[in-house]
Write a protein that binds this ligand. Structure first.
Ligand code: F6R
Length: 613
């Protein structure tokens, strides 16, 4: 939710800020802006509603370009929370004298109270944003020391923030701080950066410092100094990033989403490497859960949001089946407020691609405050969730840029299987032969995913025949129902078609009333023990005129008697099929979205990383 970037050094700041914002557009894209302290020492701001391209065209005008010449600046790409997307509400925001500029990611919960208080002190407000209180509050406390003023100002803020602040009165520094929103610091030669995420500055430096909550950083062209809330200087580890910036580029694909769908075979392999090795017991990196800890577990909670929550539902099926431990899956925004029953025999698993999702982080903190162990499954090394959890299992999907999650989901599933087998191994709920058989099947998944990716014609045809429809239903039973939820989410979020997942057997308890001539139904019938039952459910809808795309495994060709077209998945242990079943669903959502002319990678109203409640 919102991306921020900052630069100080010897180069022209403008282009570096814009390049950084391009890499952060996935975090929000309804407006963008930059503030530069120019060569004359003046604070100059350019901002524009809409995509970053609008700001770029504005900057193209030579007048703006010259006015914004300078070696220090901050930039922002917005996902609106307070106030509609507009030039006025775009960041950076300034104090009235236009000497202090601020970019902000997060939400200031007490901004109305602060705003009223500042008005009594003579301050005026022009935007509808919560952010505008911050430059004014800093102005109120400013006595020729920007760091001191920022420290005083943030002591008044409630909520979440990552802030970048510049002042024309101290043109040689950027001050930044974070609380519950990501912020990293990049260190270069005679230059320094801040950013919401690593790719924004990876073309300039690979030396990164991850800030903790309420750590302040002062950036100058000579380097960075980090301070605690008490004003003491802190030494922090500098992490050297080894992954390639190209990993976050489109590599010849038309969209990030389709590129990431195609990266799944590799992502699956990478996530299994060293954990799933034939003939060797499951190796879960360095996690601290011992055999004794596992024997003590009476219940597992899996908590997450959106797609990660759907991976959690698969996790329930997998862990209960393999390790016979009861699992409850909860949406993080529900879990955190409902006083769940947890005790020292509970294990909390949180799943989050970004590792920054506010509700998931809050659920983690709630459990930790009760003394419960938390195991995190995340894709982002150094993210808040990875740092706060007791144990972390990384998914090695590589950077996921498209807003719609694809490779993160399938690698989360792989991690769930790995964990399920690890628990089973420790609880002796499966024999070593049974574990070995599942492992061997898991190792075939990347190749089978590659096979699926070669056959897209049926999906493209189905998409072009159905993209004008208003509703779609995705049916499944058992673990297929969990995959149906993810399929329905993919369709709705990138094509804006109302799509709903239903458990096959539940349809006739009300929702079947919506089925009429021509209604589109996608029926997942991959599970051998539920196949006949699912076919009966399909007949219930075809009898009422539904047009059905059926999914099943190779060999079940008799499905064609019941459905209009069929997708065949390679055979593998039933429990592993979701990894394969979801791929044609992702492709289908993609093709429908393209047919409808939607912006696949940046669907409306969404942002990649939801760091606010
Ligand atoms: C959907 C999607 C979202 C995320 C959700 C959680 O395609 O991407 O539903 O899964 O916002 O995000 P993370 O996994 O970063 O916690």
């Amino acid at each position: 939710m919102c991306g921020i970037v900052g630069y100080i050094g010897k180069q022209e700041a403008q282009q570096i800020l814009v390049n950084g914002l391009k890499k952060l557009e996935y975090r929000g894209y309804d407006s963008a802006g930059i503030a530069v302290i120019n060569e004359q020492g003046k604070m100059v701001i350019a901002k524009s509603k809409g995509r970053l391209a609008n700001l770029e065209s504005k900057l193209e005008s030579s007048l703006e370009k010259d006015a914004l010449k300078g070696n220090i600046g901050i930039g922002h790409t917005r996902w609106a929370t307070h106030g509609e997307p507009s030039d006025l509400n775009s960041h950076p925001h300034t104090n009235q004298k236009n000497t202090i500029s601020v970019v902000h990611n997060g939400i200031i919960e007490n901004y109305l109270r602060l705003r009223e208080w500042l008005i009594t002190k003579g301050y005026k407000f022009y935007s509808e944003t919560d952010t505008e209180v911050i430059p004014n509050l800093i102005d109120y406390y400013y006595e020729n020391d920007l760091l001191d003023a920022v420290m005083k100002a943030i002591s008044k803020l409630e909520g979440s923030y990552a802030l970048g602040v510049v002042s024309a009165k101290e043109p040689g520094k950027i001050v930044a701080v974070r609380k519950d929103c990501p912020l990293i610091v990049g260190i270069g030669k005679d230059e320094a950066f801040i950013a919401s995420d690593v790719p924004a500055i990876l073309n300039y430096t690979r030396d990164i410092v991850y800030l903790e909550n309420k750590e302040f950083v002062v950036l100058t062209s000579n380097g960075v100094d980090i301070f605690s809330l008490e004003g003491e200087k802190i030494e922090k580890e500098i992490c050297h990033i080894t992954w390639n910036a190209d990993a976050a580029e489109k590599a010849g694909f038309e969209h990030f989403m389709i590129k990431e769908i195609h990266e799944q075979p590799k992502a699956l392999r990478d996530t299994m490497t060293s954990r799933i090795v034939p003939g060797k017991s499951i190796n879960l990196d360095n996690i601290s859960l011992t055999k004794e800890d596992i024997e003590k577990i009476e219940k597992i909670y899996i908590v997450a949001c959106g797609t990660a929550y759907h991976a959690g539902i698969i996790g329930k099926y997998v862990i209960e089946k393999l390790a016979r431990i009861p699992v409850e899956v909860d949406i993080a925004s529900e879990f955190r407020y409902r006083d769940p029953i947890i005790n020292d025999r509970t294990l909390l698993i949180v799943i989050s691609q970004s590792g920054e999702t506010a509700d998931t982080l809050a659920a983690l903190r709630h459990a930790k405050s009760k003394g419960i162990k938390v195991l995190a499954i995340t894709n982002v090394v150094g993210s808040s969730i990875s740092r706060e959890a007791d144990d972390v299992l990384y998914t090695w999907a590589g950077p996921e840029i498209a807003v719609a999650s694809t490779k993160a989901y399938t690698t989360q599933l792989i991690t769930m299987y790995t964990l399920g087998l690890f628990l089973a191994q420790n609880k002796n709920t499966l024999t070593s032969e049974e574990i070995e058989a599942i492992k061997n099947d898991m190792l075939t998944l990347p190749e089978k995913a590659e096979e699926i990716l070669k056959n897209k014609e049926v999906l493209q045809k189905f998409a072009s025949n159905t993209y004008m429809h208003k509703d779609m239903f995705v049916l499944g039973r058992g673990i297929d129902y969990a995959v149906a939820m993810e399929g329905a989410l993919k369709i709705k979020e990138i094509s804006y078609i109302h799509s709903e997942a239903y458990a096959g057997g539940e349809l006739k308890h009300g929702t079947i009333a919506l089925i009429e001539e021509g209604t589109i139904v996608i029926a997942l019938a991959t599970q051998s023990d539920l196949y006949e039952k699912m076919i009966s459910n399909v007949r219930e809808v075809t009898t009422r005129g539904a047009k059905v795309l059926g999914f099943t495994v190779e060999g079940n060709t008799n499905i064609e008697k019941t459905v209009d077209s069929a997708i065949y998945l390679p055979k593998v242990n039933d429990i592993l099929l979701p990894v394969l079943t979801v791929i044609p669903l992702q492709l289908l959502a993609y093709y429908i979205s393209i047919q409808r002319g939607c912006d696949v990678d940046k669907p409306r109203n969404l942002a990649k990383s939801v760091t606010v409640e």
